[in-house]
Design a protein around this ligand. Sequence first.
Ligand code: HEM
Length: 411
Amino acid sequence: MSAPTIEEAAAAVADPNAYADDDRIHAALAHLRRTAPVAWVEAPGYHPFWAITRHEDIMAVERANDVFTNSPRPVLMTAAEEELQAAVQIRTLIHMDDPEHRVMRAVALNWFRPRALKAMRSRIDELARIYVDKLAAAGGECDFVQEVAVNFPLYVIMSLLGVPEADFPRMLTLTQELVGSADTELARSTPPDEQMNALLDMFDYFSKLAARRREHPTDDMASTIANAVIDGEPLGDIDAVSYYALIATAGHDTTTSSISGGMRALIEHPEQRRRLTDDLELLPAATEEMIRWVTPVKAFMRTATQDTEVGGVPVAQGDSLLLSYVSGNRDDEAFDEPFRFDVGREVNKHVAFGFGVHFCLGAPLARMEISSFFNELLPRLRSIELAGEPELTATTFVGGLKHLPIKYTMV
Ligand code: HEM
């Protein structure tokens, strides 16, 4: 493959299909890091933005959250999608800035503290066991993503939120349509207004859930959010429902992608799988490495509130910046041999969970799910290999493998 030009590399950053091809996206991002680490991108259909590809610059932007705000453009979308979403008035933590953001984040924070997670541990381990059993029962050949990796995190997050089990399949379809909307296989149809229907369906479902939890509060997260009081005022409907939608989407596909991408990495690096199986004490390090390797959240965006600079490049007030976590996590200035998958990596300051005030709220939960799953699986896995071509989701936001055909033997 010949090296991309700066323009081609920059265009790849906004092309969902580029993320479905590991070699293409990594070649483009490596080229940008080397030649134009703060690159102006004008891609057809998008408002222009700066692509920030070096780890150090990403961290600097995340740290300066008074200069670089999440509002009004936290996520890369086409201009048409931005317009539609503005009409829906969606408002979640990722759309907010301090001081409002801090107050709103505190509403669900207790659910992600060590004490609450400790209480979740046995349930997560039990679910991990159930899904490893399902894998054993599948008879030695399956699509790991569709049969195992999508369901386990969905079960965890929906149980935590308090969604009734009978509604899990519907939630699965809706979250996949929302986050995988650039992928023709996952979207219900291509036009953005049709994709908006998935969002409206989810909002309708969650409005009813919030109303039920206000009438009869239980001990789930949905009740905490529905009955939250901020500055003496009950949390409004839009805020409560947006909160549910954020937890449901953020807590699901991200972890699914990490588990399936982690599985693939262990298949493609059998010596790393043996090393980890022989020493499960490495699981915390291996979990971080899987998250870095996969980087399921491709990017978030910020907007400059004043004229400033990033990495020595002038940035004007009102300009948007795309923080490419995929790129930051393969930056050789920040990682020793970043293209080596190493389950024992000692220094791993990856940016897959972002950084600073918006640092992923669910990071401790995600880590627990991933390590619990492999802790159950690896001692029972005798052999595993690919049984077909792995396929990645086309997306510029959240995604990873959508198919991972495997052949395996287990005890
Ligand atoms: C491996 C899995 C996951 C990855 C890679 C991931 C990644 C991220 C990233 C990159 C951000 C934005 C950080 C920033 O702007 O600096 C974020 C925010 C967030 N994540 Fe996660 N996430 C994962 C799992 C989860 C889970 C399981 C939940 C559970 C509910 C969750 C809930 C959230 C929430 C609520 C936010 C918004 C935080 C804020 O704006 O203050 N995430 N996540």
